[in-house]
Write a protein that binds this ligand. Structure first.
Ligand SMILES: CC(C)(COP(=O)(O)OP(=O)(O)OC[C@H]1O[C@@H](n2cnc3c(N)ncnc32)[C@H](O)[C@@H]1OP(=O)(O)O)[C@@H](O)C(=O)NCCC(=O)NCCSC(=O)C[C@@](O)(CC(=O)O)C(=O)O
Ligand SMILES: [Mg+2]
Length: 300
């Protein structure tokens, strides 16, 4: 089965039933039902109950559903898990993760609750959020420590707050963290997801930032408004030209491999195994099924 795309993950405040009810029609790849920073302290209990009942009743169609709970150091984290884990959304987002021990403590509670509810083969995965300098320092070990973690993400608002710096449009203050998180995630075969772009009226700025993080290796971006979905998809979807080039690389490779040739040139540019691998990634993003050919034409 093709890997699920996570180009766009839309935050929806967990205390807003009207927004959550429409979650399946925004066209984003995933929704992030938020119990953390989008919810005021005096709304935490109500939001938790609302999100649970929405998970029971709303049709999210094929949109992936992730719930962001509060950190375990807060008075709300454990109560969130008690309410949400039995519902088994597709994933749970664990904010402000700082160490391997944090992940272990979190997973201990997740597993205990699953056991108590007779959930035997849980499919729910975990997204860890790196949002502090300490988390950035420990990121490789965090990314490697738990097999149910399938995505890692940077929280740029909290990270800049933690570092005591201003979050500038060029992303200078979080650039090192972004790159470090990408490497840690890639080394552990995780999806690496970017932080929100806070100005919902600046579509050009959003696209520029998305172009940049795509080049760094991020698989997608958290969003805060449905208006941000299309511009982000536009950046992540390969253009017609990119698809044509990738298909040409792939078909030439197929022909050459059959003739026993491992490296060749197209229009003067060398094509070898990594170039073909990148072409395959483009074709997969464009939903072009190459599996049938791939069986005949292995890269390794
Ligand atoms: C930003 C704004 C106030 C703008 O309001 P505006 O009213 O100007 O928006 P408009 O465009 O006018 O709305 C037009 C129509 O869309 C509806 N609509 C709007 N937003 C919608 C939505 N999200 N979902 C569904 N529906 C939506 C709206 O109800 C209206 O519907 P209708 O009345 O029917 O026409 C609003 O969008 C909003 O509240 N966003 C969510 C904010 C949020 O969740 N923050 C927490 C997550 S970040 C974080 O925690 C930082 C982080 O942790 C994260 C990390 O990086 O991962 C870190 O540390 O960095
Ligand atoms: Mg945050």
């Amino acid at each position: 089965m093709a890997k699920k795309k996570r180009r766009s993950m839309l935050y929806i405040p967990g205390n807003n039933p009207a927004m959550i009810q429409q979650a399946g029609v925004y066209g984003c790849d995933a929704v992030l039902l938020d119990l953390e920073d989008a919810v005021a302290l005096n709304q935490k209990d109500a939001a938790r109950i609302l999100v649970r009942s929405m998970l029971e009743t709303v049709n999210f169609y094929d949109t992936e559903v992730c719930v962001r709970v509060n950190n375990m150091q807060t008075p709300f984290g454990l109560a969130d898990l008690e309410e949400i884990v039995p519902m088994q959304p597709d994933n749970i987002r664990f904010p402000k993760t700082e160490s391997v021990q944090d992940v272990k403590d979190f997973m201990k509670e997740v597993r205990r609750i699953e056991k108590e509810h007779g959930i035997k083969n849980p499919k729910m995965t975990i997204h860890v959020m790196i949002e502090t300098a300490k988390g950035v320092a420990n990121v490789y070990d965090i990314a490697a420590c738990e097999p149910r973690v399938d995505a890692i993400t940077i929280g740029g608002q909290d990270l800049t707050a933690d570092m005591g710096i201003v979050k500038t449009p060029d992303g200078a203050g979080i650039d090192y963290a972004r790159k470090r998180i990408v490497m840690a995630g890639k080394a552990n075969n995780l999806d690496v997801l970017d932080t929100v772009f806070a100005d919902v009226n600046d579509e050009e700025g959003l696209k520029e930032e998305t172009e940049y993080i795509k080049k760094l290796g991020f698989a997608g971006k958290a969003l805060i408004n449905p208006r941000q979905v299309d511009p982000v998809h536009e950046v992540f979807n390969p253009s017609e030209n990119e698809i044509r080039k990738a298909y040409r690389v792939y078909s030439e490779f197929y022909k050459n491999t059959k003739a026993g040739i491992g490296v060749f040139a197209i229009d003067g540019k060398m094509i070898d195994a990594p170039v073909v691998q990148r072409a395959i990634t483009v074709l997969e993003y464009a939903n072009i099924d190459i599996n049938r050919n791939r069986k005949k034409c292995r890269l390794v």
